[in-house]
Every structure is written in C-alpha cells, then in structure tokens.
Write a protein that binds this ligand. Structure first.
Ligand code: SF4
Length: 623
C-alpha cells in the first residue's frame, strides 16, 4: 500500500494554504472540447464534506433533472472524501453521482479498490466529466491535467482487456476505470469497472458510453496532508486496532467476511427464510450450501484481496472451470451475486455462478439488476409469455443464464428489450408481467427479501436510487434486533439509517466500516484530517440534507409517489420451509409509507415541505 500522509502547509492547495486532507479543487474535463481545467471548490460545496455530498450538490446545481441521462447535458461527478488515500482503514472507495439511465433518478454509486486513493494522489477532490465526444476516447489524468487518446482500437474490449491495454501501453502505474461492451451499447444497467471493483448500480457505464469515454487512467504523485498529523495518526492507529480485533471475532460480521468473503453471511439469511429464490417466489434455496461463501472457500478459493488500506480483505479470487472446460480465475462472487445469479435463478452450481459473475465483469454490467432481469424473463418464459429461439428458458438451466447474459450485454434479439431493465422490459412486454419484475424505479432488488424484512422493503421503495440495500436496516432485521415481520417503528429506524449512511458516505467509508466503529469517530477524524469542527449530529443532518436534495431532483425529473412502490408480487405470500405464508400486506405497507413521509416532513405525495427545507437550509431547491 502506498501511503503518503504528511502534515505540512501545501501552497498548491486551495483554501488559502490551510492544511487539510482535502485539496479544494477538482478537475473539470470537457469531453467534447478535449479540454480540462482546475476548478476551485466553492464554500457552499465544501460544507458538504466530500463524497456523495459533493456529487449531489454539484449535480443539483449544474444539471437539469429533466435531461436525457444519455445526452451530453448529463455530467459524471467522480468524487473522493477527506479520508481517501490516508492511513484510515476502509476508506478506499470513490463515488459517482450522475443522472441514471436505468432509473431516471439521481444516482450515487461506489467502487472500492485503488482508484480513489490515486485520484487523491493527483491532488484532487474529484473529477467532473462534461459534454460528449464524437469519437471514442481514453482520458489519461496525470496529477491535475488530462490528455485524450483515441480509443477507437479499444472498442469491443472487455473491461479486463481495456485495463491491460492501458497498463501495457501507457504505464503499469495508472489506475484504471473502463466500460465493457455493455457500456458501449448503452445497456441501462452497465457499470464502470476499476480493476475488478465496480460502480455497479444505476448504469454509470452507459453514461460513460454516451460520452464516448471507453476508459480513464489516473496517476498521481502528490501527498495528502492532514490538519493535525499527530492526532490523525493516533486516531487512525486506534481504529486499525479496533478493526483488527473485530476481524478476529469468528462470529462477528467482519470476522465472517474476512474468513469467507461477503458470501459468508448467506447461511444466516437462508436460515431466516429471507434468501430470495426463484424470482422471489421462495425464501430459501435447497442448494444454498453449494453456492455460499463456505462452499467457495473450501472448493474454489485461491486468495484474498482487499481495497487500499483495508485489514478485512473481504474480496476473493476463485479458480473454476468454465463452460468450455477451461480453467478460469475471477473475483467474487459477492453475496449479492450469489443471490442474483444463484438462488434467484435456481442455479445451484458454483462454477456456473462464478462464470456468470466473471462475464458480468468482462461485459461490464451490474450483476444485481442483470440477474433480477434474467429471473423475471425466466418466470415469463415458464408462464408462456416470452421465448427465445434455441434457448431453453428454464430456472436452473445454466445455458439460459449465460445465453441471456450475453444477449443483454450485446443487445442481441430479446436482449435489446431486457437491456432496458426489468421494469421497462415488463412495460414493453405487457401481459400482466410488471408485478413479477422485482425492482423499484427499474433497479433490481438486492439479496434481501422485502416480504420477510418489512423495513428493508420500505427501504427499497423509498430509495432515491431505487431498491437500495446499502441504506436499509438489514443487520437489525436479520439479527432479530428488530422483528422482521413487524411494520411498527420501521419508518423511523429507516430514516435514521438513510441519514446516517448518507453522512458516512460523505467520507465514502466502506459500508462495513461502521459495523465496528463508533459514530463519534467520524467527526473526530474529520477534524484531525481537515481542521473542520463538526459534531456527529450535524453530520447526520448533512446526510438528511443530501437525502432531501436527491428527492427534490427526482421529483423535478418527474417521479411521484407511484415510484415509491413495491411490485405486486411482494404482496403475495412467500413460499419456503422457513418463511411459509409470510406476506407484505399492501394496506400496511402504504401506512408505513405515509408514516415515513410524515416523519420526513414531506406531504402525502412525498414532496418535502418548506418547513423542512428551511430547517435544512435548502429552501432554494424547493419544487
Ligand atoms: S471490507 Fe471489503 S469492500 Fe470494504 S474496504 Fe475492505 S476489502 Fe474493500
């Protein structure tokens, strides 16, 4: 790990040379004109701390919510946070905010790895991509300048090929981000991939594709400064100790993730009858033990991998046999993909799952939404509503999974309809198929069954980016701290979760960091890093401010209460040994949604009231 943390006055920094881990400048890249310029981050953006805060504030200020997300008017705001590239563990991620072509909403999407730290080493708090090129480009960023190379020869490359191409031709010290064939073709769920880590959710890869950016390379040589190096070092070391201790706890979540990867949690979800199976028909999968974390660990494991500065090492490289018998290596699958390309498709074969997961990375597509879309297609096929010549569309048929995956990513035949996402595909197919499309705002459900976990169901419905599991009370519901089946009090818990997670996403903490870290740590480390004094409750209010800005963006884009809705299948009984007849009652769900709006200070249509916006200091953004 390269670590470059110093306490010194850096006159290259903005902000009048104040020592801080933030540089107060971002690189604006006008893709159409092939120009770049440094932009000093103004005070009204700086008070959003970084990460999602910067991205949401800038997008709301600069992009009309009504634009076509694949038009040159859309922007991609790629940000880092005050702790990125420092010695604080589990702060490797970077954040993309843009208007999503999948959901039509504002999107925030995250990837770990090493890209974020490298952006920081460029002396930047982020990069803004504007406009669109007329020919395919590779953007190479060295410190604070960008240059453009033709990417015409890279078209058709997988994300892995693109990464290798950049490193071999331009230098192995570039950190890369690339799109695959799916992003080139505007597949609505295409992701952007950075050396096996993905900005998966919401279609950021298609937005890069619309700007004709095939890839970027980032290489920096700057140091990251801190306001109080002694205190910063002490807090960082203490936090590392806490996390190492948590990692050593065999039955703690970090211990399980460290030992088995995120798939280590699958037996727990299965045991609670909340593992979505066969397009969310059942709550448990009889072959779960053949595709979970422990199975992969015992049979396909080769080594652990981690993001920059992380002691947990939740990533895995697995070795498996591909469909053609060839030995292959691939990262993951993560737990979410064990659901989306495993249990939800009745796929109980770990090697098929590993190959499908690897294909999503090579083509460059979100493994969650593409799996959910395939599950819907299989259900429609079994109901006689959809067919593909030469492909036996049955649950449990590996050829169907791999075949549909290829067709979606290449937009071939039926794949062209499916590439628009599960909701859009269902609207196109008609024939009462929408109720079975397990999505909110066209974004596929994650690996947690909302009918079993009522708070998580409300989280999916109200998510500003659609079906989001990162801001759901999953841990409390699965662990039984909250009664999974109860509706009582879930709205209040969810609001607190959404605001809190948005607060720590201004620092772009790994979602698992909070599992073993007290909230008081965050304002303390922010002060040591930036010199900025902020209380934890102020950070949570900032999280709420960001949540309301996102909501206003979506409302202006044309979304309504009808978009905060679960699909019809959620209101039918879920089947399976451990979850027999469990159901989400529609009336009770609507009552939870009413309560949620009311507690948020919104009206019955979900429109934030002036009192709330005044309180948050964002009245200027009112409808
Ligand atoms: S826990 Fe996993 S995702 Fe989080 S920082 Fe560590 S390696 Fe990355």
């Amino acid at each position: 790990m390269r670590e470059r943390v110093h306490n010194r006055r850096n006159t290259e920094q903005g902000g009048g040379g104040v020592t801080s881990s933030m540089f107060d400048r971002m690189l604006r890249i006008d893709v159409g004109r092939k120009q770049s310029s440094l932009w000093t981050v103004p005070d009204d953006v700086r008070c959003y701390l970084g990460g999602i805060g910067y991205g949401v504030k800038i997008l709301c200020d600069e992009v009309d919510p009504r634009i076509n997300p694949l038009s040159p008017e859309n922007k991609i705001i790629l940000t880092v946070g005050p702790l990125t590239g420092t010695s604080v563990p589990m702060h490797a991620q970077s954040c993309i905010v843009t208007k999503s072509p999948l959901t039509g909403t504002i999107l925030n999407s995250y990837a770990g790895g090493f890209l974020g730290a490298e952006i920081k080493f460029c002396g930047l708090d982020g990069i803004i991509f504007e406009g669109a090129a007329t020919e395919w480009s590779l953007v190479l960023i060295d410190n604070d300048s960008a240059r453009f190379e033709s990417a015409v020869d890279m078209i058709g490359m997988t994300t892995e090929e693109a990464e290798n191409f950049i490193k071999e031709k331009y230098g192995f010290d570039y950190r890369t981000l690339s799109i695959g064939p799916a992003g080139e073709r505007g597949v609505a769920m295409a992701g952007a991939f950075s050396e096996t880590r993905a900005f998966g959710r919401g279609g950021a890869g298609a937005v890069f594709g619309s700007k004709k950016i095939k890839a970027i390379g980032v290489r920096g040589s700057r140091s990251v400064t801190t306001a109080d190096a002694h205190l910063f070092g002490k807090l960082s070391a203490q936090n590392m100790d806490v996390l190492r201790h948590a990692r050593a706890e065999e039955y703690g979540l970090l211990g399980i993730f460290s030992k088995y990867g995120t798939g280590g949690g699958m037996p727990l979800v299965q045991g609670r009858g909340a593992l979505p199976t066969k397009n969310h028909t059942y709550g448990s999968f009889e072959d779960a033990e053949k595709i979970d974390g422990p199975y992969f660990e015992e049979n396909l494991y080769t080594r652990r991998i981690a993001c920059f500065g992380c002691p947990v090492h939740c990533g895995r490289i697995h070795k498996f046999s591909g469909a053609n018998g060839k030995k292959l290596w691939g990262r993951g699958p993560e737990y979410e993909t064990m659901f989306s390309l495993g249990s939800n498709l009745l796929n109980g074969d770990a090697e098929t799952l590993a190959e499908a997961n690897r294909l999503t990375e090579l083509y460059g597509v979100d493994s969650l939404t593409v799996g959910v879309t395939i599950a819907w297609a299989l259900e429609m096929a079994e109901a006689g509503k959809l067919s593909v010549p030469g492909l036996d569309l049955r649950f449990g048929n590996a050829d169907a999974v791999l075949g549909l995956l290829h067709m979606i990513c290449m937009r071939e035949g039926m794949g062209d309809m499916l590439a628009k996402g599960p909701r859009q595909a269902a609207l196109e197919l008609g024939n009462d198929s929408l109720a079975s499309a397990m999505q909110v705002k066209n974004s596929g459900f994650a690996a947690w069954m909302p009918r079993r976990m009522k708070g998580t169901g409300l989280a999916y419905a109200t998510s500003n980016r659609g079906a989001c599991h990162k801001r759901a009370p999953i841990g409390a519901e699965i662990a039984g701290v909250l009664d999974m089946d109860s509706y009582e009090g879930k709205a209040a818990v969810l609001i607190e979760t959404q605001n809190t997670v948005n607060a720590i996403f201004t620092l772009i903490s790994c979602r698992f960091h909070e599992f073993a870290t007290d909230h008081e740590f965050y304002p303390e480390i922010v002060a040591a890093a930036t010199g900025r004094v902020i209380q934890w409750d102020e950070m949570v209010t900032l999280g709420e401010r960001i949540w309301n800005l996102e909501k206003l963006f979506n409302l202006k884009a044309g979304l309504t209460r009808a978009d905060d809705k679960l699909p019809g299948k959620c209101f039918e009984p879920v089947l399976g040994k451990t979850s027999q007849a469990s159901v989400m009652e529609e009336e009770k769900f609507e009552a939870m949604l009413d309560e949620y709006y009311s507690l948020r200070g919104w009206d019955s249509e979900g429109i934030p009231g002036m009192k709330k916006l005044d309180e948050l200091g964002i009245a200027d953004y009112a409808m």
